[in-house]
Design a binder for this molecule. Structure first.
Ligand SMILES: [Zn+2]
Ligand SMILES: [Zn+2]
Length: 117
């Protein structure tokens, strides 16, 4: 994989919402970064500003992806590229409306029970 910032090879998979912050495994939560852009001085692990910037970007991307008010689990699995088991675990405490899960609540959950933007 190539670094999404500078294009160098040997990129590592970064979780935009860290696993320690409740980050889940889904495609938009991954950012591929070379060692410098991953853990160097200008990286989300060393620079709070960059970290927050990536998280705000992720929130915007999720909001653009989830344009309907409600989604069913199967739709989320497909849209997010998430494993079924993890999706079930992720959304099991969300309120189930007749039409499915609410998009705001889905985004909140995927951001680790927090909004950034
Ligand atoms: Zn890089
Ligand atoms: Zn990382």
């Amino acid at each position: 994989m190539y670094c999404q910032i500078c294009g160098k090879g040997n990129a590592e998979k970064h979780h935009i919402i860290f696993k320690s912050q409740g980050g889940k495994n889904f495609l938009l939560n991954y950012k591929y970064l070379c060692p410098d852009h991953h853990r160097g001085n200008i990286s989300p692990h060393k620079n709070k500003q960059i970290d927050i910037e990536y998280k705000e970007e992720l929130q915007k991307e999720l909001e653009e992806l989830l344009t309907k008010d409600h989604y069913r689990l199967e739709e989320l699995i497909n849209l997010l590229g998430m494993q079924k088991v993890e999706a079930k675990k992720t959304f099991k405490h969300l309120k189930q409306y007749t039409e499915g899960y609410n998009n705001r609540e889905i985004v909140f959950r995927l951001l680790g029970d927090k909004f950034y933007a």
